[in-house]
Design a protein around this ligand. Structure first.
Ligand SMILES: Cc1cc2nc3c(=O)[nH]c(=O)nc-3n(C[C@H](O)[C@H](O)[C@H](O)COP(=O)(O)O)c2cc1C
Length: 364
């Protein structure tokens, strides 16, 4: 028996469209890239360094391999965010996060890592050196580095348990404060962050700078392997498909895109259990790198507690807001990073892309 199917022109076009959309619908994410097998431990350590959180996913690092025991880490100022990170604090926090991943992965691979900072002043190119020597393996699980991701969804507002908080903060009590979302200071941080984010998002120079790090098209993601992708920004489903295929980075400067971002931030900032506040005694590149190491340590522990972690630093990036913030939040030391945290039901896989180890190696 023959089955006859009649297809009219409209159905045919719809089927074609569905096929076309399916074809272009996969977002290029970290898992789209083939994982390189690194032969030596020093290359493995650098690879884990590259998976660190960093501002705007600029990956502002370069590495020189001195020998199989020592690497030097350099600031890549060509990747500095001149507008929103005038002082380079965010850049050095990112380098600190890179260093922490190197130290933790060295421990897991059976090395003790000795870190020497070399940046006295912001603007110094060499940030630190790391020398490893054989030691007992630590019980740090390398999978924690691979699975860490910034989550930008609304989090649960229920309180974080005391045991989870003390696990997250660990021995970093000197550098980490937790401020409950419903406390006076917690509400203040959320409100001011929204205002500062709004100011920053509407600022022409900041918009221009951000557009330079936007990677909407899959071809751009694959070419640059850095910056903010639709998946990284948490744009999903049909919106992601549309943005990837029909938006250019220039479109991120349009009023409608900016205002949608502000609305999204408002929802984010109304949904967390509280704020992780990372501080250091001073405001030098070494303080910033130390802050970055603490940030990375805390963030790496969140997944096992099903706690989402989202750095939200606009209030510290906009000078007028930072001044007011420092007057209001009177604490010993200087605050360098703020992150909203809260329980989540599911933990998505990391999507933000990275350049390869080879991409960041320098010889002289
Ligand atoms: C110093 C610093 C500041 C950051 N500020 C923000 C922020 O204000 N908003 C945000 O959504 N993410 C922020 N992030 C997170 C980065 O955008 C994120 O780490 C980067 O895109 C890489 O993604 P991943 O953490 O998922 O690997 C910040 C990260 C760092 C290190």
């Amino acid at each position: 028996m023959k089955l006859k199917i009649k297809i009219n022109a409209k159905t045919f076009l719809t089927v074609c469209l569905v096929f076309c959309l399916a074809f272009v619908s996969c977002t290029a994410t970290r898992s789209s890239f083939k994982q390189v097998k690194h032969e030596s431990d020093i290359l493995k350590i650098i690879y884990y360094g590259t998976l660190a959180g960093n501002s705007h996913n600029t990956q502002p690092w370069k590495v020189k391999i001195i020998d199989d025991k020592t690497i030097e880490i350099y600031a890549d100022f060509s990747r500095k965010l001149e507008v929103v990170d005038e002082t380079s604090r965010g850049l050095y926090i990112s380098l600190g996060a890179f260093i922490e991943n190197c130290v933790l992965s060295a421990g897991a691979l059976g090395y003790h890592a000795d870190v020497k900072y070399s940046s006295e002043f912001s603007g110094d190119h060499m940030a630190a050196s790391i020398t490893v020597k054989k030691a007992d393996h630590t019980d740090f699980d390398l999978a924690d580095i691979s699975a860490r991701a910034t989550l930008r969804t609304p989090f649960k507002t229920e309180p974080v348990s005391k045991s989870d908080l003390s696990f997250l903060i660990g021995s970093d009590q000197e550098s980490v404060l937790f401020i409950k979302a419903d406390s006076e200071n917690g509400k203040y941080i959320s409100q001011q962050n929204l205002l500062a984010y709004t100011q920053q998002s509407r600022d022409t120079r900041a918009k221009e700078e951000l557009a330079g790090w936007i990677r909407f098209a899959n071809s751009d993601v694959k070419k640059h392997r850095d910056g903010l992708t639709t998946a990284g920004m948490g744009i999903k489903g049909f919106s992601a498909l549309f943005v990837r295929n029909f938006f250019s980075p220039e479109d991120s400067k349009s009023d409608s895109f900016v205002e949608a971002g502000i609305k999204k931030a408002e929802v984010q900032l109304s949904n967390q259990a509280g704020w992780i506040v990372i501080k250091q005694p001073g405001s030098t590149p070494t303080d910033w790198m130390e802050a970055g190491r603490v940030y990375q340590r805390v963030h790496l522990k969140c997944r096992s507690c099903m706690i989402g972690f989202h750095p939200f630093n606009a209030v510290l990036e906009e000078n007028n807001y930072e001044r007011e913030f420092n007057k209001k939040i009177r604490i010993n030391g200087t605050v360098h990073l703020l992150a909203r945290i809260g329980y989540v039901d599911s933990y998505p896989k990391p999507v933000s892309v990275r350049r390869t180890v080879e991409d960041i190696l320098v010889s002289d």
